[in-house]
Design a protein around this ligand. Structure first.
Ligand code: PLP
Length: 501
């Protein structure tokens, strides 16, 4: 299997090269140049496998420059105890109400990003050896919360890598901040930036592209790479859990081999749901992919009309990991649906850059509506959904998953579709405990309480226990106390990597 850019500028890369490079030189994203197909027998056989074996089975045809042993080793290093708190890794849970949730938050940072960021560093490290990379890789991340912590946990103590994270000093929750400044690991750096997320992001981009910094790092055998969700090495491990959910439904006798199911996916950057699209193309019997958005409903409009228009107000919601106006991974979907038409895709992407919008052609639009369905939920509906599901079934949803459930209810109402459906659950309710506590305990009860008080109140009200990763957070030593000005970010990077500047 070889990889090519969605904009036509690069072709014929091995998976190791595509993963190491991250983004294509022409600004496009790497995609596989041909289609992988699994037979129904192959899919049914996964019912008897562990999560690790299911993941290795899905990765193998995409990473053909890796040996089976290498893939198995990457998978075993990523998906194991105590990093994941259940041997099922991505358990499929059936509630008393009969809904199925695919819980993707049993990793170290309690959100679905761990499914990819726990394995990406191992894939990257292997890719470096394979391509004879002489330098160590430096990952720079600007984060508004979730991704930074997941990347830190994934890359900590991975040989030949360094990970440096910048977060806005006032722009993350107390729990998120403590998660990062207490981060352990010999190859990690964490800095608060006096400013907002944009300041941190602009600073990181400037360091990344500063020729003098790049040259100085090269003299010390370092080079930059990217861990964000446009890296193919983050997307491909996500395909595995769609197969895993289907295999569990088979194993539990809910469906028969070949029977179609739907997935509902709380969506932001379109990475998670795109993995579901690839699973379907590989032969997984999927009828509909239901794209659930919050008030930032640019994707709902796109799926309904074929027009992508980011010229609208950015809304801060209680499902912050879905607060996105430009869903980068959509570019890969368009490339696949146009039969690898790089010219068309490049045109739409330059419209997006120049005018903030693009319109796809009729046949692409038809293909999208055939496969996808979309709606969105407001913060108010999200809170009501959390409360209702808890009251009716005792199951506790986080704010992102609740958007998925709300949209699923609307889907059933509007289409009457009774196909078995899996709602993809993207975060632990404890990760967004302030909003979840507000939904379940009521506004008055939570008023004036700290995030840590709310953790134990939520645990008591739901009978769940506070995840260990959060429980002792306020007692852990602070290892990264530094706050830097935006203009000091570059010096902080150089000082950490080469000890002087
Ligand atoms: C990142 C994230 C999402 C959105 O996933 P995309 O792949 O960006 O669409 C949804 N929920 C949670 C909790 C997340 O962290």
């Amino acid at each position: 299997m070889l990889y090519e850019s969605t904009r036509g500028g690069q072709k014929g890369l091995t998976s190791a090269e595509a993963i190491k490079q991250g983004i294509a030189g022409d600004g496009g994203l790497f995609v596989p140049d041909s289609r992988v197909r699994f037979s129904l027998e192959q899919i049914a056989a996964m019912a008897g496998m562990s999560y690790q074996d299911r993941a290795a089975t899905v990765l193998a045809p995409y990473l053909t420059d890796f040996t089976a042993g290498e893939i198995r080793e990457c998978v075993a290093n990523a998906y194991r105890a105590p990093k994941f708190d259940t041997p099922a890794i991505a358990p499929l849970v059936r509630t008393a109400g009969g809904d199925h949730y695919l819980e993707l938050w049993h990793g170290p940072t309690l959100a679905f990003k761990d499914m990819a960021l726990q394995i990406l560093p191992h894939l990257l490290q292997r890719s470096m050896t394979k391509t004879g990379e002489p330098f160590d890789i430096v990952i720079l991340v600007a984060t508004s919360g979730d991704t930074g912590k997941a990347a830190l946990e994934g890359f900590r103590d991975v040989p030949k890598t360094r990970i440096i994270v910048f977060f806005p000093n006032q722009g993350v929750s107390e729990v998120q901040k403590l998660q990062m400044i207490t981060q352990e690991g010999g190859n990690v750096g964490v800095f608060a930036v006096r400013g907002n997320f944009d300041d941190a992001q602009t600073g990181v981009k400037a360091i990344f592209t500063d020729p003098e910094t790049v040259k100085k790092l090269a003299e010390h055998n370092f080079k930059f790479s990217s861990a964000n969700s446009i890296n193919w090495g983050r997307l491909v491990p996500q395909i595995a859990y769609y197969f895993s959910a289907y295999a569990d439904l088979l194993k539990n006798g809910v469906i028969a081999p070949g029977e179609q199911i739907n997935f509902v996916v709380p969506t932001g950057n379109f990475g998670n749901i795109l993995a579901g699209f690839y699973a379907r193309r590989m032969g997984l019997p999927v009828r509909r992919l239901i794209c659930a958005a919050n008030t930032n409903n640019v994707l709902t409009d796109f799926i309904r009309t074929g027009t992508y228009d980011k010229n609208r107000r950015f809304e801060k919601t209680i499902s912050p990991s879905m607060d996105i106006l430009v869903s980068s991974n959509l570019e890969r979907l368009l490339y696949e649906l146009t039969g690898h038409d790089a010219e068309k895709v490049s045109g739409w992407m330059s419209d997006l850059r120049d005018k903030g919008r693009y319109d796809v052609d009729r046949s692409t639009r038809y293909r999208i509506t055939e496969l996808f369905w979309s709606d969105w939920a407001s913060d108010d509906e999200t809170l009501k959904t959390i409360r209702k599901v808890h009251e009716d079934t005792g199951y506790v949803l986080d704010t992102h998953t609740a958007v998925g459930k709300a949209v699923y209810e609307r889907y059933k109402e509007e289409t009457g579709d009774g196909t078995w459906t899996v709602i993809v659950s993207t975060a632990s309710p404890f990760k967004f405990n302030a909003s979840v506590a507000r939904a379940i305990l009521g506004e008055d009860t939570v008023a004036g309480k700290s995030e840590f008080e709310l953790l134990s109140m939520l645990a008591e009200a739901t009978g769940l226990s506070v995840p260990p990763a959060l429980r002792d957070l306020d007692k852990k030593p602070v290892l990264h106390p530094r706050v830097v000005e935006p203009e000091e970010m570059r010096d902080a990077v150089l000082a950490m990597l080469i000890g002087r500047n």
